[in-house]
Design a binder for this molecule. Structure first.
Ligand code: ADP
Ligand code: MG
Length: 439
């Protein structure tokens, strides 16, 4: 039995109704373009967040995660903007957003069980939090899929994505765009998800990495960020202000030809922010074309150009991320860039399979010489999006590990689950009276 299923059973004294999972994502290209109504090209990764869930009596939502030792419980009607803090804001926020979903959307079949009430959730994840792999969307989408079924909502993928984004924006207070949720929902093996964030048109773009003898390598610097705070919000605010000053609904509406006028209207720093967004949208389109014609060299160049733009114009890179990119290029990568919202996290490199071992060695060496913590270097595999899992699944979210590692990882998960079950019981959070979470 999988660890979340047994953890759930131990904690809540019954088997979960079902288990859902949703992957993290890596953004191949198109950074900070999503909230500017622009273009993005992410792919889902094999690391997933798993949620075991069941309906419960009453209207309390209980959330327990193996990542944090503070389980939370909140009455559905007590959840609202400004009333939650900490990690539980994400899953409870999804419950809040979906609890407002219309009862029977026109033209849809009658909902299943239909009780929009209490739910018990047990969460485990192999997506590291704050590493730029969108652990937040993996969590939201897994919970959204669970509630969609438990509450019989018949919400579409786009509706689940929007509910998840509302949870992140309005309840967790992180002003992020819609890219991560779509990537986590729609990912496919060996493919990226092209998303036009204005029209929400999506297209699966085959990557054909294996045929080309290429790998995507992630160099995780270990630096962690939280998008609910700091620089991410500042960049978004600056883009929105620039759009107002330029008299357009969003920076998507600025083309490279408009940049001359933008330079005259805006202050120097804001202009550079705009230039990043405008050129990045172009690079996403060029990357889709280059993938279509099977031109990995061109894709690599676009990745590196994207990094330079984020480093110099958008200023969201860090010395460790710059080092990761430099090392990758020196190790022969076709291209490399920091990926995710920035201020820490990981870089990604497109590189021939035979060069991966060399890159790994060089990265460890360079980080050690720069007196930076050793980075985690690993290949990432474009993988399928959110899905319902069998209750009996083996725990497979740790990606490509050898048999011995796999065994250790599963052991680690079981320990984590045991620990969190123990702490949750000790804290009495689940005793049925104490309400935590909602302030
Ligand atoms: P990223 O999405 O890049 O990992 P964010 O700052 O957007 O970074 O989201 C990270 C936050 O999401 C964490 O600080 C935590 O609040 C929440 N989170 C992510 N994964 C989990 C998990 N498995 N259990 C509980 N909370 C999680
Ligand atoms: Mg996130």
């Amino acid at each position: 039995m999988c660890a979340v299923t047994s953890g759930f059973a131990e904690l809540y004294d019954s088997e979960p109704h079902a288990v859902w999972s949703a992957p993290g994502r890596v953004n191949l290209i198109g950074e900070h373009t999503d909230y500017n109504a622009g273009l993005v090209l992410p792919f889902a990764i094999e690391q997933r967040t798993i949620v075991a869930a069941s309906l419960r009596d009453g209207d309390d939502i209980t959330v327990v995660s193996t990542l944090y030792a503070d389980p939370a419980r909140a009455r559905l009607t007590d959840i609202g903007p400004g009333r939650l803090s900490g990690w539980s804001a994400y899953p409870l926020g999804v419950a809040w957003a979906l609890s407002q979903f219309p009862d029977r959307p026109a033209g849809r079949p009658a909902a299943g069980p239909g009780t929009r009430g209490g739910v018990d959730l047990f969460i485990d994840s192999a997506v590291p939090a704050g590493a730029g792999l969108s652990s937040s969307a993996a969590l939201e989408i897994a919970v959204a899929c669970a509630l969609n079924e438990l509450w019989g909502l018949t919400a579409t993928g786009a509706e689940l994505a929007h509910a998840s984004q509302r949870a992140e924006n309005e309840i967790a207070g992180a002003p992020t765009g819609i890219m991560d949720q779509f990537a986590s929902l729609l990912g496919e093996a060996d493919a990226a998800v092209f998303l036009d964030c204005r029209t929400e048109d999506t297209r699966i773009v085959p990557l054909r990495l294996r045929e080309a003898g290429l790998e995507l390598v992630l160099i995780d610097t270990g630096e962690r960020h939280s998008h609910a705070a700091g620089g991410y919000a500042a960049r978004r605010a600056s883009c929105e202000r620039a759009a107002r000053e330029l008299g357009v609904p969003a920076l998507r509406d600025i083309t490279p030809a408009d940049l001359g006028r933008a330079a005259r209207v805006l202050d120097e720093e804001t202009f550079r922010r705009v230039r990043h967004v405008v050129t990045e949208n172009d690079r996403v389109e060029a990357t889709v074309r280059a993938l279509g014609t099977g031109d990995p060299v061109a894709v690599g160049r676009l990745l590196t150009a994207s990094h330079v733009s984020m480093r110099d114009d958008f200023e969201i890179s860090t010395p460790a991320l710059d080092l990761a990119v430099d090392v990758a290029l020196r190790a022969g990568a076709l291209g490399a860039r920091m990926t995710g919202g920035g201020f820490g996290g990981a870089a990604i490199a497109l590189i021939e399979r035979e060069r991966v071992a060399g890159l790994t060695e060089d990265a460890l060496d360079a980080f050690s010489r720069a007196r930076l913590p050793a980075p985690l270097v690993r290949t990432v595999t474009p993988s399928p999006g959110a899905r319902r899992e069998s209750l009996q699944i083996e725990y497979q979210v740790h990606g490509r590990l050898g048999a011995a590692d796999q065994h250790a990882a599963v052991g680690g998960v079981v320990d984590r689950v045991r620990h969190v079950v123990h702490v949750s019981r000790q804290q009495g959070c689940l005793a049925g009276v104490a309400h935590s979470g909602a302030a």
